[in-house]
Design a protein around this ligand. Structure first.
Ligand SMILES: [Zn+2]
Length: 385
């Protein structure tokens, strides 16, 4: 093997072999030690260790200039301790065109390794590696948003979509719980004295299921439901959960207002709605310019221009786009099987995608220098008769 590949693979193996299930604080702390060591060896700078609610996050500031580009990743995984025994970290196939497996290799320890190699020697870059993304980032959300506000662009190292596509759009998520309260009565003797929570629930489920808008890409899905106690009692209470996915903030707001405007149908019933927006969408508009630059950079490097993918699942890129910072996601490994038995990384793609990440970051850091001549050219062209 030649080039940077042996070192990329060695670093990746080191990270994968330290298991880091999100909910195990001690395991995540051990993983933070290993990630810090690998990153420091490549970057020549040690990270700050930021522990929030017992969860271990790492932040590198590179160079003396103010930070302009944020590289964002996480080192926790969905795999419980002991997963390595069943699926050891290994490469199968020819060394330079094989497949690497191991818990969390694709989501997203390969992305971390790529960031360390890509950012070595750059100035004006911050690398933030969090330890609770797979839980929805309960302790790191404000840290992520704070760093995103300081940056001009955020490059998210989550794995690529199928075929190496970059993730230019991620749906926002809202979650609700709808509780209905009625009044119990004997279903045989005097049902008319009751207020039937199951019937009220049915009205509300039907109303909620009409809030989706397929053309706008908005889904509103009533999910887990329960009501009542016994077969011969008019139910006194019930509840159901609602999963909302949206492409735009405007749609997230529209659905939120509609959920809060739900009113009881049966006289005497009470409807209460709790919950709300959980992650804002990463809208196509937030990634468009960065995606175009990434494609141009790829072509310049002699790599195929990556496709663009809109995906339903959320990541920390939703938070960075939510504070208004341009964000491009899916810049990590090419492969497949996130959270699944066939999780894998395509070894042959690692060097090229690392080079793409580095060149994109360099171009963003040089942006002011490039913008000036472009503007001058445009002006003189427009001035021509
Ligand atoms: Zn991930």
């Amino acid at each position: 093997m030649t080039g940077p590949l042996p070192e990329l693979l060695a670093d990746l193996r080191t990270l994968v072999e330290c298991e880091s299930p999100s909910a195990d604080l001690a395991a995540v702390a051990r993983s933070a030690d290993v990630v810090a060591r690998v990153g420091t060896a490549r970057l020549g700078v040690a990270p700050e260790r930021i522990v929030l609610e017992g969860r271990s996050h790492l932040r590198w500031r590179l160079g003396d200039e103010p930070s302009r580009v944020l590289l964002l990743g996480h080192h926790d995984t969905v795999w419980p301790l002991g997963s390595l025994a069943d699926r050891p970290c290994a490469v199968t196939g020819p060394p330079e065109a094989g497949v690497l497996r191991g818990p969390g290799c694709f989501d997203m320890k390969a992305g971390l390794v790529m960031a360390f190699h890509a950012a070595a020697g750059l100035s004006g870059v911050t690398i933030l590696v969090t330890g609770d993304e797979e839980l929805g980032s309960p302790s790191s959300r404000s840290l992520i948003e704070e760093e995103a506000r300081l940056a001009e662009a955020v490059l998210v190292l989550e794995a690529a979509a199928d075929g190496g596509a970059l993730k230019t759009e991620r749906k926002g998520v809202s979650l609700y719980d709808v509780r209905v309260t009625g009044r119990a009565a004997h279903a045989g003797l005097e049902p008319e004295r009751g207020v039937n929570a199951t019937v009220e629930l049915a009205h509300q489920v039907a109303a909620v299921s009409r809030l989706g808008d397929a053309d706008a890409g908005t889904t509103v899905t009533p999910t887990a439901a329960r009501s009542g106690t016994t077969t011969n009692t008019v139910p006194a209470s019930g509840s159901f959960a609602v999963d909302v996915r949206v492409r735009t903030l405007a749609e997230q707001d529209r659905v939120d207002r509609a959920m809060r405007a739900l009113r009881m149908v049966l006289p005497g019933a009470v409807v209460e709605v709790t919950g709300g927006p959980n992650r804002p969408p990463l809208e196509a508009a937030a990634s468009a310019e960065l995606y175009a630059r990434a494609c141009a950079v790829a072509v310049r490097l002699g790599l195929p221009a990556p496709a663009a993918a809109a995906v339903g699942g959320a990541s920390d890129g939703n938070f960075t786009a939510g504070v208004g910072t341009p964000t491009l996601d899916g810049l990590g490994a090419v492969g497949g099987g996130a959270h699944a038995d066939d999780e894998h990384v395509l070894v042959a793609e690692l060097p090229g995608r690392t080079a793409l990440l580095r060149a994109l970051a360099q171009e963003l850091l040089a942006r002011e220098l490039l913008a000036e001549p472009t503007r001058l050219l445009t002006t003189s062209a427009a001035a021509r008769p």
